[in-house]
Design a protein around this ligand. Structure first.
Ligand code: HPA
Length: 274
């Protein structure tokens, strides 16, 4: 097991603080193709992941691999352009490490976004889905191993993993912008193969509305450390077997590109109220 301790977190925090005097309050973790939000930041400090002690580097196309700290929508934010996935070979504790670092930097709330396959047949590609809850089917958990009580409790509560308060803000902003923000349960799998149609039928029976390969480990670590979480999925494709066509990362990237303005406007409107 690849245990990361408070001293690893502190070394990363120290390095980041040596690069900027900004003290971020809101953390943003951007999914495939959604890192464009970083382009709207001002007075920004960009720190490549490979410079930060103990940070892994992301290896996926569409994930840039840099930390941005600066101003966005009148708040001081820290934005991850690119995240770490278990399918890249990282353990869940490494996937969740940047969340720990954000918390140690003073961040109290995070917005996590992802691209996901739509399981609810009422969804369409390009819809945005507010994550109301998740199902962790990765079979892994970032909190396995000795618990550090300084970071959070041994058995953290997950009954409101995605903050009701933040969800309401997102729903109100979407209504004000005149589009329907879908709501649903996100199921997280390890990947990297997409699901089979039989797996999608199973996941639907289990209560999932969208499926993806990220987010759950980060959210578990965030809740462990007492942060408030807002989660938004971009339905980048319909899940396997729903349409008579194969799934591809190209489709995922094309859809996120197509809806990025809608997505961006929503997140920008939500940030000042977090
Ligand atoms: N399945 C899993 N992960 C995904 C999908 C999908 O259909 N689309 C985007 N990420």
């Amino acid at each position: 097991m690849n245990q990361l301790t408070v001293s690893h977190i502190n070394e990363a925090v120290e390095y980041i603080r040596s690069q900027t005097a900004d003290r971020p309050e809101v953390g943003l973790i951007m999914g495939s193709g959604l890192g464009v939000l970083g382009d709207y930041m001002t007075d920004v400090t960009v720190i490549p992941y490979h410079e930060i002690p103990h940070f892994p580097v992301s290896t996926v196309e569409g994930h840039a691999g840099e930390l941005l700290i600066g101003a966005l929508a009148n708040r001081t934010v820290i934005l991850m352009r690119g995240r770490f996935h278990m399918y890249e070979g990282y353990g869940p504790e490494l996937t969740a490490f940047p969340v720990r670092v954000m918390k140690a930097l003073g961040v109290q709330s995070i917005v996590v976004t992802n691209a996901a396959g739509g399981i609810d047949t009422g969804f369409g590609t390009g819809d945005l889905m507010l994550i109301t809850d998740h199902i962790n089917l990765t079979g892994r958990n970032p909190l396995i191993g000795p618990n550090d009580d300084e970071l959070g409790p041994r058995f953290p509560d997950m009954s409101e993993a995605y903050s009701k308060r933040l969800r309401q803000i997102a729903l109100d902003q979407a209504a004000a912008q005149g589009f329907e923000l879908r709501s649903g349960v996100y199921v997280g799998l390890q990947g990297p193969s997409y699901e089979t149609p039989a797996e999608i039928r199973m996941l639907r029976i289990l209560g999932a509305d969208a499926v993806g390969m990220s987010t759950v480990a980060e959210v578990i670590a965030a809740r462990h450390s007492g942060m408030e979480v807002l989660g938004i999925s971009c339905i980048s494709n319909m899940a396997a077997g729903i349409l008579d066509q194969p799934l591809s990362h190209v489709e995922v990237m094309e859809t996120t590109e197509r809806v990025k303005t809608k997505f961006l406007n929503l997140v920008l409107a939500v940030i000042p109220q977090i």
